[in-house]
Design a protein around this ligand. Structure first.
Ligand code: COA
Length: 251
């Protein structure tokens, strides 16, 4: 059976690769659970110093699986998607994201919680939550206005405007935009190996210090966003929009 999350070790670097190409790496409950477990194990394993989170050289992820959203939506904080995001937020090891092609919904949101982000210049990022009758998730309603300013964040979150990898790098959401997906994967792995060669405690203490300010506020916002999101998923607008995608209705 094909593994939808491919886990590979190279020295002290663990790579977690999303591998569901036929659905543009849409994330299912099972994939979230596997990612959560892999992150928790990596965090507890002293021989892992850095983690790379990537898709293929052509696609990062099309976001949450829309069939799952309709058929087995998250219902409480123990749902796999929340376990995954909690594990990412709690991870003491540095996480390096490699993004090419589409990064939709949670595929863009999760980048706010990675430590280094490399993108292909022509990557297509988008958070179409409101367009789908949903609301922002995992701290994006707090972090995007803080990092990009209210006006730009409103364009991305309220209008669901898409943006390129080039723009993400210019706005400081990514460390660098590179020529293509292969270059992104190479750069992300090179950065992870550089991190892995440093003193692990120094890296982890530094990560913790950088993330500490505002952490309690972030947790509160995430909690509020999560309950709202669960409610919004049941709304007639969201059900209609998500069903429309599945049945290939015109947007
Ligand atoms: N959930 C479930 N299936 C998805 C999916 C998702 N999030 N994204 C793509 N797919 C499926 C498509 O239904 C299609 O399946 P099929 O071949 O059985 O018909 C397949 O993946 C390929 O997708 P397609 O839309 O044909 O690829 P594309 O290259 O034209 O477009 C995207 C790629 C990512 C731009 C587009 O698929 C898309 O917008 N997906 C939905 C993104 C989204 O709204 N995510 C949720 C955010 S909260």
């Amino acid at each position: 059976m094909t593994q939808t999350i491919v886990s590979e070790r190279d020295g002290a670097v663990l790579t977690l690769r999303l591998n569901r190409p036929e659905k543009k790496n849409a994330l299912t409950r099972d994939m979230y659970s596997r990612l959560a477990t892999a992150l928790q194990q990596a965090d507890a394993d002293a021989s892992v110093h850095a983690i790379v989170l990537c898709g293929s050289a052509h696609c990062f992820t099309s976001g949450n699986d829309i069939v799952d959203f309709l058929e087995v939506p998250p219902t409480d904080m123990d749902s796999p998607v929340f376990c995954f995001m909690r594990s990412l937020l709690a991870c003491r090891k540095p996480v390096v994201a490699a993004v090419a092609g589409a990064a939709v919904g949670i595929g863009t949101t999760l980048l706010l919680h990675c430590d280094l982000v490399y993108v292909a210049g022509d990557a297509r990022l988008r958070m179409p939550f409101v367009n789908l009758g949903l609301s922002p998730e995992f701290g994006s309603s707090l972090l995007l206005p803080q990092r990009l300013g209210q006006a730009r964040a409103a364009g991305l979150l309220l209008l669901g405007e898409g943006f390129s990898g080039e723009q993400a790098a210019n706005w400081g959401l990514a460390n660098a935009a590179l020529e293509d997906g292969e270059a992104v994967l190479r750069q992300a792995h090179a950065a992870a190996h550089r991190l892995a060669a440093l003193a692990p405690a120094a890296v982890q203490d530094s990560k913790r210090l950088m993330r500490a300010p505002g952490r309690e506020q972030l947790q509160r916002v995430i909690e509020e966003e999560s309950w709202l999101f669960i409610q919004r998923l049941k709304s007639p607008e969201a059900v209609a929009a998500l069903s429309g995608f599945i049945h290939k209705a015109a947007p």
